[in-house]
Design a binder for this molecule. Structure first.
Ligand code: UDP
Ligand code: MN
Length: 312
């Protein structure tokens, strides 16, 4: 009887031991995908996410800066995906969502400037990253950009923008170079052109844009989660917006972006840690009256007893 009990007890320990070992093996193998494999984030590689700041991956650390307003569905897909993607490449990173909460038109460039200033300086380089552009091909260069900006969403790979000077979508900068060009212009309220002005800044500073090499998946390299009807682009031009946004802006940039941080919250989206920053941008309605649509402008100016600008 006593011997039988002993055998039963050691069998139980054996079964328990095998069970625990298999869990450890499954966990470890889910964190070591083979090189060259195509990256598709799954629940299993999401389980490696505590590794996102693994110091053995190198001394550089990336701040992923996502300019944001009203794109929750896209963010729910983007955050876990980019987190797994960067972990797989062993890129140390933090994700920042810079959420514009004021009443003005969306200003992607100013939000990137704010993200640069508000992100932790242990991140020595940034990726300005559209929330709706999800890399699906493995091997895109998210490593530290030594020589100059690296345009990950290059015109040969971006699903819809194919002109040579395009630098939108996803662009990497080290901190020194971003400061050297004084970041991005703060004049671009509404959709478009801020990235074209950025290209001119880069060139004026004597920097060269480099792009991914050897990627063979062409326009299928990224998934663009953009429903044109649900997410219409705010591309109207008001007042003298067209004139002032088609030339190089030597006056505004990361050094003089005006804003208030309303809150900073750490959230986790399917295992992906994200710092969510609510930001109120400030607009000088005399210098850039197009930060408000004319219909909103009239009310604001009445309230503030400001003269009405000429509507073009
Ligand atoms: N964006 C946003 N809310 C807006 C407009 C733009 O969050 O109302 C951000 C978002 O990160 C988006 C990026 O700005 O991916 C670029 O805008 P959009 O996708 O409209 O430009 P596209 O590159 O598709 O022309
Ligand atoms: Mn888009």
């Amino acid at each position: 009887m006593a011997r039988g009990w002993l055998v039963l007890r050691s069998t139980r320990f054996l079964v328990l031991g095998i069970f625990l070992c298999s869990i450890i093996i499954i966990y470890l193998s889910s964190c070591s995908l083979q090189d060259g494999q195509t990256m598709t984030p799954t629940k299993s590689n999401i389980s490696c996410q505590k590794d996102h700041d693994n110091k053995s991956w190198g001394r550089h650390k990336l701040a992923v800066l996502v300019p944001f307003r009203d794109r929750l569905e896209e963010l729910m897909e983007f955050a876990p995906h980019i987190h797994s993607y960067l972990n797989y490449q062993k890129i140390r990173h933090d994700i920042y969502v810079i959420n514009q909460i004021d009443e003005y038109r969306f200003n992607r460039a100013s939000l990137i400037n704010v993200g640069f200033l508000e992100s932790n300086t242990d991140c020595d380089y940034i990726a300005m990253h559209d929330v709706d552009l999800v890399p699906v091909t493995d091997g895109l260069p998210y490593t530290y950009p030594v020589e100059g900006p690296v345009h990950v969403a290059s015109p040969e790979l971006h699903p819809i923008y194919h002109y040579k000077k395009f630098v939108g979508g996803i662009l990497l900068f080290n901190r020194f170079h971003f400061i050297k060009i004084n970041g991005m212009s703060n004049r671009y309220w509404g959709w478009g052109r801020e990235d074209d002005e950025l290209y001119v800044r880069i060139k004026k500073a004597g920097l060269n844009v480099t792009r991914p090499q050897g990627i063979t998946t062409g326009y299928k390299t990224f998934k663009h989660i953009h429903n044109k009807i649900k997410r219409p682009r705010d591309n109207k031009r008001y007042f003298n917006q067209t004139v002032l946004t088609s030339r190089l802006d030597k006056e505004t940039g990361v050094t003089n972006v005006r804003y208030k941080v309303d809150s900073k919250t750490k959230i986790v989206i399917e295992g992906a840690p994200v710092t969510f920053i609510n930001v109120q941008l400030e607009c000088n309605t005399v210098l850039t009256p197009w930060c408000l649509k004319p219909e909103d402008q009239i009310e604001l100016r009445r309230k503030l007893r400001l003269p009405m600008p000429k509507v073009k």
